[in-house]
Design a protein around this ligand. Structure first.
Ligand SMILES: [Zn+2]
Ligand SMILES: [Zn+2]
Length: 214
């Protein structure tokens, strides 16, 4: 039987990135999504919730999402799944990117598993389908639980906005196409946690997000 997902958000790094703990209410087994940094605070949140972390998930390769992933993998002894391999160049260059932004300790990351469109990711008794949604970065992925009507969208779409596309590898038209053709069709009732800022639903964004009106 499918578990009931619970989620907790820990804003990390100077970019206030929504590092998210996702776990099953029944089993207390979960995952850390996008541990960009501030690992001591992430580990404290894991202890506070009393959950067992089984894996680390990455939505894409930007420093505020992936900068702490390699060290957290070492600390927790769990594998990293995601993003799509098209973000390999971003993950390889995290130490240089970190130095440019003045962020200490970012390490390059090679995930234990790259994800592609149509893949499925388990977290305890939770199951997520993978959408490849490029445009913000070439390898951005969305994790969606169709059972629980819940998604983790990284920097693809935000409440009232969409991901920036001025960074290397960004493509605005491709991003809007991915949102309209893959993400919104998941259904208006899907609640999502974005990489930054408040949560929303796909229906609210379909109807009010200025970037998604025709
Ligand atoms: Zn990003
Ligand atoms: Zn971000």
């Amino acid at each position: 039987m499918a578990g009931t997902p619970r989620a907790g958000i820990i804003p990390v790094t100077p970019f206030q990135q929504n590092c998210t703990l996702i776990w099953s209410d029944e089993t207390k087994v979960g995952a850390v999504v996008d541990p960009g940094g501030d690992l001591d605070r992430i580990e404290a949140a894991i202890r506070d919730q009393g959950i067992t972390i089984e894996k680390i998930l990455l939505t894409h390769g930007h420093i505020d999402h992936a900068g702490g992933a390699d060290e957290l993998r070492e600390r927790l002894g769990v594998p990293i799944e995601g993003p799509h391999e098209a973000d390999r160049y971003l993950l390889d260059s995290l130490p240089e990117t970190g130095a440019n932004y003045g962020l200490e300790g970012a390490r390059a990351v090679t995930p234990d598993r790259w994800l592609a469109e149509g893949d499925s990711v388990s977290v305890g008794d939770l199951a997520f389908d993978i959408l490849h949604a490029p445009g913000h970065s070439p390898g951005s992925v969305v994790f969606v639980s169709r059972d629980a009507r819940f998604a983790l969208v990284g920097d693809v779409v935000f409440k009232g906005s969409v991901g920036r596309t001025d960074l290397p590898g960004g493509n605005h038209d491709q991003l809007i196409r991915a949102i309209k053709e893959k993400v919104l069709p998941l259904g208006d009732d899907i609640a999502f946690i974005p990489g930054h800022g408040p949560t929303s639903t796909l229906g609210e964004e379909r109807m009010t997000n200025p970037f998604l009106q025709e």
